[in-house]
Design a protein around this ligand. Structure first.
Ligand SMILES: Cc1ncc(COP(=O)(O)O)c(C=O)c1O
Length: 461
């Protein structure tokens, strides 16, 4: 009788044995070969399925969690998903504490498994009672029969990778590997995989990738604990040293900016067809930086891609978010405000002044066929006046025609200059009704949404 293939008793058995693929386009120009281990192909969508399942198994074997108990964790999402999945299958409750910078999709995914999620502020010290570390500790103390997975200090986190991921990689690569590169979060991946690989071949280089703003790079290079500052890439970088991170295992650390991480993530999707998240972009970006400095023919390098791109649709894969946050400068071809204005010709700036009456401004709008004008005072822009506001004032208060327009001014405008890209301008139009073009502090032109539509349609003709 034929044997069934790849058929499992539960989804937990599908964890691990993730594929490795060669990166062709993004690694072009290198003498080394760069391979990526697709950890987002785990059933929960990330590398963290591995540690979640192993940590719960170990806790069970030590009697640290009893049937019907509650698993608690401070997590940026992926470990939570793995634990929530294990909890469903093993009959536990789960409660997760997450910092507020994490994407909403991650919170929703945890809730989909029936887990409880507590969101805590990012901008507080780890010792602060509101921090996600403190809140999770308190939850454990207050919840009977609870188990704290504690990925930042649980030795079973690196142990998972030492026992499973490391040997898996070594086997898959047919024992031919020179460099292993991964992002630095709890350090579980680098410590466990790195330790294993060093044991089988001490010449393998183990390289960590750290986002600028995290403490790891300085700590590794100088031994100094620098002050952490904010960065937006999720899942990697820390503001303290978790005991799951053994810096001794590392040969080098490479730094990456948020922008580099996100642009590389987008390259991985568009040029390699690999739909991964921001920390994967970070790891690949770091790998490329390191390999460019240490390239040699035939060198075999492997980078680990921790999670899927699906959780970042509203951020990394959203052009407006990328532009608004300064990660994407321009949509090629749309040019700058200067080009938009030169295409449309230079319109005289029409504006109203504080103290003018509602009927005067209504007359101005009618005469010039415009539906909004900036309201100016001696000191500059006060706001914008829209046809809608003027009309409703006249309808609501029939005697208002002779009132001053001053209190009708709205703040739904943005300011740009000639060099602002049209991509940034269009992102601003998500909220603003009108853009005021400033030159040396004065309003020299105005752009409305219809001007933008006109420009984009002409460019695309
Ligand atoms: C998306 C993502 N990437 C990378 C990592 C880092 O892996 P590790 O914690 O093993 O260092 C994490 C861990 O939190 C993560 O969630």
């Amino acid at each position: 009788m034929a044997q069934r293939e790849n058929v499992h008793n539960s989804v937990l058995e599908c964890i691990g044995n993730t594929p490795i693929v060669r990166l062709n386009d993004v690694a072009s120009g290198l003498e080394s070969q760069l391979f990526a281990k697709l950890e987002f192909m785990n059933p929960g969508g990330s590398v963290k399925d591995r540690i979640a399942n192993f940590i719960v198994e170990q806790a069970e074997s030590r009697g640290e969690i009893e049937p019907g108990g509650t698993i608690v964790e401070a997590t940026s999402g992926n470990t939570g998903l793995g634990l929530a999945m294990a909890a469903v299958l093993k009959g536990y409750q789960s409660v997760f504490v997450m910092p507020d910078k994490q994407s909403m999709e991650k919170v929703q995914a945890l809730r989909a498994f029936g887990a409880k999620v507590v969101v805590t502020p990012t901008a507080v010290e780890p010792e602060d009672p509101r921090s996600y570390y403190s809140v999770s500790r308190r939850l454990v103390e207050e919840t009977p029969n609870s188990f704290y997975a504690n990925q930042y200090h649980n030795p079973d986190n690196p142990e998972t990778h030492y026992q499973q991921t490391g040997p898996e990689i070594w086997r898959q690569m047919a024992e031919n590997l020179d460099v292993f590169i991964a992002g630095m979060g709890t350090g579980g991946t680098l410590t466990g995989v790195g330790r294993y690989l060093k044991e089988v071949n001490p010449n393998i280089q183990v390289v960590g990738v750290d986002p600028i703003g995290s403490i790891y790079y300085d700590l590794f290079k100088t031994g100094r604990m620098s002050e952490a500052y904010s960065y937006s890439v999720e899942g990697i970088g820390e503001d303290f040293l978790p005991s799951t991170m053994d810096l001794e295992v590392l040969d080098d650390v490479v730094r990456v900016t948020d922008r580099e991480c996100y642009l590389t993530t987008r390259d991985l999707v568009r040029n390699e067809g690999i739909f991964c998240g921001g920390s994967s972009g970070a790891a690949v970006c770091g790998a490329l930086k390191w390999l460019r400095l240490n390239d040699r023919p035939g060198q075999q390098a492997l980078v680990l891609l921790p999670d899927t791109g699906r959780q970042y649709l509203g951020k990394i894969f959203n052009d407006d978010w990328m532009v608004e946050n300064g990660y994407l400068e321009s949509i090629p071809g749309l040019g700058t405000v200067r080009e938009l204005l030169s295409r449309d010709g230079h319109k005289p700036v029409l504006s109203a002044h504080v103290g003018q009456t509602v009927s005067e401004v209504a007359g101005l709008m009618r005469e010039h066929g415009v539906s909004q004008v900036p309201l100016m005072s001696e000191d500059g822009v006060v706001g914008i006046l829209t046809e809608g506001k003027v009309l409703s004032r006249l309808l609501d208060h029939p005697g208002a025609a002779s009132d001053a327009v001053d209190d009708l001014a709205e703040s739904s405008y943005c300011t740009v200059d000639f060099n602002t890209t049209v991509a940034v301008l269009s992102a601003m139009f998500g909220r603003a009704k009108m853009a005021l073009v400033l030159d040396k502090g004065s309003v020299v032109n105005v752009i409305t949404r219809i001007d933008l539509i006109d420009h984009i349609s002409k460019v695309n003709q």
